[in-house]
Design a binder for this molecule. Structure first.
Ligand SMILES: NC(=O)c1ccc[n+]([C@@H]2O[C@H](COP(=O)([O-])OP(=O)(O)OC[C@H]3O[C@@H](n4cnc5c(N)ncnc54)[C@H](OP(=O)(O)O)[C@@H]3O)[C@@H](O)[C@H]2O)c1
Length: 349
């Protein structure tokens, strides 16, 4: 891409209160990062559009405006850049690959270059979709990527651009992000239940549903450790890591665990095969990532996905219960005894 390589040894010690430039503060991970990182440093948040109508404030930064990246980083002169922004709609990426490439493929390299210019650390997030899912064991960071779809290809391009710059960076690959806010599988399931619609979910793709708050907390844990341990310690650990919840399940099993905990647990849920599901983009059948390296390097082990889901559901039931409770629309039972009605067949051909 014509970038010169930067020297990773050029890295600021993280000061007492580092300046943290957070990109994508309105996304589901960015939202959690903003809250989790604020005790650690001064968080300067950016959003793509004027999101005031969505009650999210921040500097405006559109990652497809490459000049703007340079200007914002020069303005902020950060010690750390957290890039939680991406073009994340996997199916839409097939149709809008040029836009997705600008955001997911090119912008991360520009961020890495600007981070290096200011001797800042770049933390960037990537995905299990950089793998095709053909392996029969969890993927390690050292496994050769082979993207499952165009989204995965653009995310891999972004990773490679960062590595090509060679500056201070951690690339954290995660999977199946969800939380109590934002566009994600959990919220879709709850909306379908609320709408009284029958639900069909693929049962032959496996991964680890990962709570956005766990990823945000682990990111901040890395930065907090780095602040104490110093630049040399950080430098020894630059690279690419896998960071997901523990355990594995299919999307169908994830849906069943959600529905068991919502309303009265009596909702129709049907397993479906990938081949019968209409989607533009391919998905990895095995998106399970091996997280051994991040445990060895930083001592980080995220909770098992079921444990995190329980915490998120408590939050969801609390908020949705408050919103709907007065109208008597919903029962927020403990979940014990609740059962999802399951059918063995397929909803759609
Ligand atoms: N979601 C998952 O299941 C998943 C799984 C593995 C890895 N990841 C990775 O984890 C990271 C966070 O994902 P997420 O789920 O939090 O994503 P998300 O909820 O879709 O949020 C992405 C954010 O990026 C912003 N954005 C999109 N285009 C932009 C642009 N041109 N300039 C600036 N900001 C832009 C979006 O702003 P608008 O809302 O205004 O468009 C949104 O706030 C991403 O790197 C993603 O690839 C996600």
């Amino acid at each position: 891409m014509g970038f010169s390589r930067y020297d990773p040894d050029m890295l600021h010690e993280l000061s007492e209160r580092p300046r943290i430039l957070l990109i994508g503060a309105d996304g589901q991970l960015g939202w959690e990062l903003r809250r989790t990182a604020s005790p650690l440093g001064d968080v300067i948040a950016t959003v793509e559009n004027d999101s005031r109508r969505r009650n999210v404030s921040g500097e405006l930064l559109d990652l497809s405006d490459h000049g703007a990246i340079r200007r914002v980083v020069a303005d902020v002169k950060p010690h750390v850049i957290l890039n939680a922004a991406a073009f994340t709609d996997i199916d839409q990426t097939e149709r809008e690959s040029a836009v997705a490439t600008a955001i997911n493929g090119v912008a991360p390299g520009l961020l890495a270059r600007e981070a290096s210019r200011y001797e800042a650390l770049l933390v960037h997030y990537s995905t299990d979709n950089v793998f095709d899912g053909e392996l029969d064991r969890p993927y390690r960071p050292s496994d050769s990527p082979r993207p499952a779809n165009t989204y995965g290809a653009t995310k891999l391009q972004g990773e490679e651009a960062i590595r090509a710059i060679g500056g201070p960076h951690y690339i954290l690959r995660t999977s199946w992000l969800y939380g109590a806010r934002g566009n994600n599988f959990l919220m879709t399931m709850l909306d379908l239940v609320d709408a009284g619609r029958p639900i069909s979910v693929v049962s032959d793709q496996f991964g680890a549903p990962t709570w956005t708050r766990s990823v945000a907390a682990a990111t901040v844990q890395i930065l907090a450790l780095a602040r104490v341990a110093g630049a040399a310690w950080m430098r020894e650990r630059f690279g690419t890591y896998h960071m997901t919840a523990g355990g594995r399940c299919s999307w169908y099993e994830f849906a069943a665990a959600i529905l068991d905990r919502y309303r009265d647990g009596e909702h129709e849920l049907t397993p479906q095969s990938t081949s019968s599901f209409p989607a533009s983009a391919g998905r990895p059948a095995n998106g399970v990532l091996d997280c051994t390296d991040i445990r060895r390097a930083f001592g980080i082990v995220l909770d098992d996905w079921r444990t995190s889901l329980e915490r998120v559901m408590e939050e969801v039931l609390e908020t949705r219960g408050r919103a709907a409770g007065a109208a008597g629309l919903m029962r927020t039972g403990s979940g014990t005894g609740a059962r999802v009605r399951r059918r063995a067949g397929r909803a759609r051909g």
